[in-house]
Write a protein that binds this ligand. Sequence first.
Ligand code: NG6
Ligand code: CA
Length: 507
Amino acid sequence: MKLFSYTLGLMASAFSPTVAMTANLQPQQEQKDKHPNVILIVADDLGYGDLSCYGAHRLQTPGMDRIANEGIRFTQGFCTAATSTPSRYSVMTGKYPWSNVDAKILPGNAALIIDTQKITFPKLMKQAGYVTGSVGKWHIGLGDGNVDWNKEVSPGAAEIGYDYSFIQAATNDRVPCVFLENGKVVGLDPNDPLYVNYRKNFPGEPTGKNNPELLRMHPSVGHAGSIVNGVPRIGFQKGGKAAQWKDEEMAELFLNKAKQFVNINKEKSFFLYYGLHQPHVPRVPNERFVGKSGMGPRGDAILEADWCVSEFLKELDKLGLTENTIVIFTSDNGPVLDDGYKDQAEELVGDHKIAGPLRGGKTSMFDGGTRIPFMLRWPAQVKPQVSDAFICQMDLLASFAALLGQTYPDQLDSENTLDAFLGKSQEGRKELVIEGMFNYAYRQGDWALIPPYYNPYSKEDGEFIGLGYGYKLYNLKEDISQQNNLAEKYPELLGKLINRFEYLKGH
Ligand code: NG6
Ligand code: CA
């Protein structure tokens, strides 16, 4: 019932006779009378312990902290998966990642994995009258699997509901290292066409493996493909030289595109998905941030990301949009130190805890993999607070549908937890299945269950992910670091959780 009243409240203010009859409304007043703008900022591999508002001491993140200080900081915000593609797939579709076998870390030439006939988060926002935009990291596939990068790439952002897009196809470390604006590679010279291949190199093209003398950053594992901007990548690309990105300019470019989108659409209600590319590898921040953290490129990239957030929030201030804009800040999966480049992340981390008190990190079924920073600010409606509600990014779709009075025919895993997102209730989800690298774990209330899985990796790597013999059962309220396996102590509870997990996962 409460949810219903939000919707009515918004509709009432939008259509009330006083509003309709008042000519020459002041900009601030107009802002109040339309649907709130919605901005979803998703960092790439930023950890629960990487922000000063989540307890980091050696890194100061005043830009990100501002959202927490002026809004809600969630202590139990989750993504559905500990890697990017499945996690982002859930945000966009409102479905668990296993609903699509292709929702696994994608190469840069993978086809779009989202069904263009089904509801998506941006489509829902469009349905509610919003102008929609996507800037930055994408990584849910583009085209039909046989893309000609020299033509318009489709289906892509437009087909899943974005009116505007300025994106990178996959990750910083994957070809093609170019940007696409509304489906077209930016700055491409038709006389130097771009080709991409993930199986074999193009004859005569240097690679990280064969030409280490050309590298300014060296791989620790993998990343043996094409060299772009002095950095070896995954996959091979040839041509398209004029369109190749410069890693050190990427942050400001995405920031400017995000600012441009809100400037152009400031009179309307808009939805912007702003995917920060930091601190994913390769970590190549602008020279203004180099050496600033004392923790090497990973720390510097976080400071750069923080600057982007800070500048972006200032732009909202300048445009008078702060009050009635919902800004959500989160990360697509947990953090990692060495993710394939020798960038001294491990050597220089010192006592900084990238996942805070949580166990594991990126790829892990322990909480460090999927419990991520999550903050929401909406000055017009939401009081600053810290919330322990159990929330998940996948639920944004159903919750915003409730807020905006929208319905959709599709059966989704997304649940309406709007009250929790808006800080009006501490009750979020009751349960969630989470994906590690390939395997699944289960959370219900304060309990986390990790089933037994075969470990094909080293003992240490497997333990990090949560693989190994026997069930693991943790009480997160008492044991946030998941050190104390209670599986043997509570056999009955264990049985119930296993049944429920298997039932959910089987559907
Ligand atoms: C892994 C890459 C890692 C990173 C990850 C995707 C190697 C050895 N590792 O395969 O560097 O790119 O994929 O990260 O190549 S994600 O955040 O986009 O899921
Ligand atoms: Ca990621």
